[in-house]
Design a protein around this ligand. Structure first.
Ligand SMILES: CC(=O)N[C@@H](C)C(=O)N[C@@H](C)C(=O)O
Length: 747
């Protein structure tokens, strides 16, 4: 007999039904769910056009939006635009609606309307006879006024289209266009395979004279440093100005040779250019996710060619934004080296008095009103109120992204959204006090809204008009949980810090059933998971999993002390915080303690590997994407060696000499140190082109697990970098994660 006689069969079956949670297991059904959820697009840009007054005195403007969406069939992220018309009076939206349907955008790398809205500039990439070419187009009314083949003109290398350096900006006069491109490199040939080979002496002479200036010999294999992860082949940016009338491109001179310029714009009256300059001597380090690179604000005068430094010599700056009255520039500033992302200072430079002031300083601990400091990595393209008095930004405040208004004369910070029930808010743009924002939460994909910035003092009266509704996912519930470490886990240097986590659960739970739990600590480690829409967590939750997103101490959004508490303590403080969050959640009683998995990427992968090493019986499945597994071996190969030093508890200098004791400490803080205790089956996902956490980190761990005969599988994604975000890699990664967890949690 198969079943014990003491429990009747019908009772046993019904008990199994009660104990078993319902998790979707069929690959085809999971893929269908993923496909369905992929249909929610994300907003990536919004522009507000000039205000037009109609014949009848009504005012309206056009809101242009760009969205991205995964197209699984075409295996690409598609970008499309949609426009809306917004009728308004001085302070409220009267009527709004879409004007037309969505249009897919192909080949556009950058585009920008002129300030008056009369013209548009587009940087387009097109493949002609198998070769990639870049074109700069100027559009006016219903026609393309100009099209310059930048590749053939060969004044510079490829134009930068990234967030770090890239920009395309009209002059105030609308006669010139400014952008950033790679510096032109000399044409080079081998000493042996040039056109001279096999020619008669006099023919050779002719060719040599013709080509003397253009071609250098023996430099084909020259190494050009780049700016690391996601900025490969970006080495020496130059500022370029197109004179639209004359179709003439000038590559600006006068910028110090040890500085790489980017994020540029026109100074008041078009007298020159303001830009962020990053020091690149003695060598370049990775910039992505690293706001702590020495940089300053500069001004280059177009008439004299003189370059002036406008901000501190020993800080890191980003996102300079000129006020509408063209008098002041706000920008964010933080320390050099140290944690890769920190609490920012909001600074302001007065163009006429040349005075700099700190509008909002670094916040060490949350203030009484709850403000925890500024953590935005980038300000929106426009961020000033119409009267040039207030600055707006979206910013993590603990695990929620709020819209904050900063009064530049008093430094007072007010939240426009802290009273709302919803999740997180993103400021896309603001023009003449009309804000374009997007709101989402773990159970609600992003929507699109507009609203006028209320008068100072009336911020609580903020009202929004939705331009694009979304579809809330009623089957997902979520909550925020706060944790205070017990005394023995308090940080003696930074005592009394707390942290939090976001818990997602399927709303419909069968009575008495226990949920499987997936624990997800974020990467960085100085980053934060806010209460916004994530495709993967939503799908996992819809499948029947509960998901715990942990913002351990060291995360952004909780004050600078919280960030500073982690370097030197990685592998212990962060690991214990995650485990504390998991243990606390398990006390709720809704979860099956035998069905817990851990998933993480990068530093989140570091934590996943640590957790399975330090709590060997606890986690039944582990998925690690590009994990840091050994800091001592990573330091020589990553684009951010400073990260390895700082997180291991040391100061970084570019001329640092590694001592055995430093390497020992790095090893001791690494997951590889605990690998011999691992029992949990591990799925590794590695990007072949990862410059941040090179794939050898994962391979080192893979070999160790293989030798220990711990079940391990490695997925290798060619053409992918640290983010593993190409559509096929991301979707394959999701499916394999889900199936690995289902298999090893015996669901
Ligand atoms: C600064 C940085 O990139 N650190 C990595 C080790 C990391 O964890 N990256 C995070 C931001 C990621 O999620 O990729």
């Amino acid at each position: 007999m198969m079943f014990s006689r003491r429990i009747p069969l019908h009772r046993l079956l019904s008990r199994c039904a009660v104990m078993d949670s319902k998790v979707l297991r069929e690959a085809a059904e999971i893929a269908q769910l993923y496909r369905d959820q992929c249909r929610f697009p994300a907003l990536c840009r919004a522009d507000v056009g000039p205000v037009i007054t109609s014949r009848y005195g009504g005012q309206y403007c056009n809101v242009y939006t760009e969205w991205t969406q995964r197209d699984l069939e075409r295996n690409e992220n598609v970008k499309f635009c949609r426009q809306y018309i917004v009728f308004h009076d001085d302070k409220s939206v009267v009527y709004s609606g879409p004007s037309g349907n969505c249009t897919e955008i192909k080949g556009e790398l950058l585009s920008v309307d002129s300030p008056s809205g009369d013209m548009k500039a587009v940087l387009r990439e097109s493949t002609i006879k198998g070769e990639d070419k870049q074109f700069l187009e100027i559009w006016h009314k219903n026609r393309k006024l100009k099209c310059l083949n930048l590749t053939t003109l060969s004044k510079h290398g490829k134009v930068y289209e990234d967030d770090q350096f890239g920009c395309m900006v009209w002059s105030h006069s609308e006669t010139h266009l400014l952008y950033v491109a790679e510096k032109k490199r000399p044409k080079t040939e081998s000493y042996f395979q040039g056109p001279e080979t096999g020619l008669l002496a006099d023919e050779e002479e002719t060719i040599k004279t013709d080509k003397k200036e253009e071609t250098v010999l023996g430099q084909q294999f020259e190494y050009y440093e780049d700016w690391g992860e996601a900025l490969v082949n970006k080495s020496s940016p130059v500022l370029c100005v197109l004179d639209i009338e004359g179709s003439n491109i000038t590559v600006l001179e006068g910028i110090p040779a040890n500085i790489s310029p980017g994020q540029a714009f026109w100074a008041p009256n078009d007298t020159g250019l303001v830009f962020v300059g990053w020091w690149h001597e003695p060598f370049r380090l990775g910039l992505k996710y690293c706001a702590n690179r020495r940089s300053s604000l500069f001004y280059v005068d177009l008439a004299s060619g003189k370059c002036e430094q406008l901000s501190s010599n020993s800080s890191a700056v980003c996102s300079p934004r000129l006020s509408p009255d063209l008098c002041r520039i706000v920008y964010m500033e933080c320390g050099v080296f140290g944690p890769h992302q920190q609490c920012n200072r909001l600074c302001m430079y007065d163009w006429y008095t040349k005075q700099t002031s700190v509008v909002v300083d670094v916040v060490q601990r949350a203030r009484e009103d709850g403000f925890t400091g500024i953590y935005s990595s980038m300000l929106s393209p426009r961020c000033w109120s119409a009267d040039s008095q207030r600055v707006l930004m979206s910013c993590a405040q603990r695990c929620r992204k709020d819209l904050l208004v900063v009064d530049t004369s008093t430094g007072e910070v007010t939240s426009l959204t802290s009273q709302s029930e919803e999740g997180s808010w993103n400021l896309l743009n603001i023009h003449r006090d009309l804000m374009v924002v997007s709101c989402s939460s773990p159970n609600c994909p992003p929507d699109l809204r507009v609203g006028f910035l209320p008068e100072k003092g009336s911020e609580s009266k903020m009202s929004w008009v939705t331009l694009e509704e979304t579809q809330p996912q009623a089957d997902i519930s979520w909550q925020t949980l706060n944790f205070s470490p017990p005394p023995e886990e308090d940080n003696s240097q930074y005592p009394g810090l707390d942290f939090n986590a976001i818990l997602l659960k399927p709303k419909e739970m069968t009575a008495g059933s226990k949920l499987p739990l997936i624990v997800m600590p974020h990467g960085g480690p100085h980053s934060v998971l806010v209460s916004e829409w994530f495709l993967s967590t939503a799908v996992l939750c819809k499948m029947g999993f509960s998901v715990l997103l942990v913002n351990y101490r060291g995360s952004l959004g909780f004050g600078q002390d919280n960030i500073l508490s982690l370097p030197g303590n990685i592998g212990t403080q962060d690991v214990k915080d995650v485990q504390l969050a998991v243990d606390s959640v398990l006390k709720q009683g809704d979860f099956d303690k035998q069905k817990i998995a851990v998933v993480g990427g990068s530093h989140g992968g570091f934590l996943a590997c640590h957790l399975i090493g330090q709590y060997p019986e606890f986690y039944k499945a582990c998925v690690a994407r590009n994990p840091v597994t050994n800091l001592a071996s990573m330091i020589g190969s990553t684009d951010i060696p400073d990260w390895c030093m700082v997180e291991a508890g040391y100061e970084y200098n570019t001329d640092i000499h590694l001592e055995p004791a430093i390497l020992e400490q790095m090893l001791n803080k690494s997951p590889i140190k605990h690998v011999s205790k691992v029992k949990t089956p591990v799925l590794l996902m590695l990007g072949e082109d990862d410059k941040r956490v090179p794939s050898k980190q994962g391979i080192e761990y893979y070999r160790a697990l293989k030798a220990l005969q711990v079940p391990v599988r490695l997925l290798w994604y060619p053409g992918n970098n640290h983010s593993l975000s190409k559509v096929d890699a991301e979707s394959d990664g999701f499916m394999n994660t889900a199936l690995w967890i289902i298999q090893h949690l015996s669901l």
